[in-house]
Write a protein that binds this ligand. Sequence first.
Ligand SMILES: Cc1cc2nc3c(=O)[nH]c(=O)nc-3n(C[C@H](O)[C@H](O)[C@H](O)COP(=O)(O)O)c2cc1C
Length: 261
Amino acid sequence: MEALAVKPVIKVAALCGSLRKGSFNRGLLRSAIQLSKESVNGMEIEYIDISPLPMLNTDLEVNGTFPPVVEAFRQKILQADSVLFASPEYNFSVTGPLKNAIDWASRPPNCWADKAAAIVSAGGSFGGGRAQYHLRQIGVYLDLHFINKPEFYLNAFAPPAKFDSDGNLIDPPSKERLKEVLLSLLAFTLRLKEVLISEDFFGVTCARRHRLSTDISQGESSSFSLWENGGCSMAHRFCEDRNSLADNRFTGPRTTRPCSK
Ligand SMILES: Cc1cc2nc3c(=O)[nH]c(=O)nc-3n(C[C@H](O)[C@H](O)[C@H](O)COP(=O)(O)O)c2cc1C
């Protein structure tokens, strides 16, 4: 019997930075969920409500445990392969509720590490674009890897109408652009997973480079062997970094096996 090809399905956690009932940004997420069901194969988007989270207070952490609602949120992030943020900008930056959620899931062990992410936004003149850059900056510290393109920010107030009175996205060109973001997030998530799944990726690279450089240096000395030796020490550095990352509680659970080379 022929084996059936199993199509990978990536899990995406969708977070909205606005708590407003008729939020345009939550409307973007509803549209993304709809698009993923209709026309983006291999992606499952789950909306994660951040409104029940208490304001961050480390006094609420007892012996490394979190309040149940925070723990449930953290588990949702951990289980996701990637994250889709939709958020307006508040005073040129990320909103308070979104920053609060990000901070809760950043508490050790960091739940965001090694996840792919995308951000879309709707709002006033710049369509929330300025918050996007602040969010990307936060992602640097959290090891959250944002897709660079396409960018999606939408002026929600410029005619023609982009949203109906319930905050649903009704603008076909915007839906098309949103779909491009999803496709880009899907492709990037799969690429990132491919690298992470090969547990001793750096170990293999390191060992292979060692073999190559030894073989070559036993023969004639050449600029190629010097290059390989340089590459080898670089691969070593990666190994060391990866091992210390794997040992570091901040980075959270990984499938990393220490490199033996
Ligand atoms: C506290 C606050 C600050 C805001 N600051 C900005 C801002 O800096 N730039 C901007 O374009 N819009 C700003 N806005 C407007 C929101 O971005 C806009 O109302 C947006 O539609 C809200 O998103 P939502 O529809 O998802 O709730 C601000 C709104 C609030 C409540």
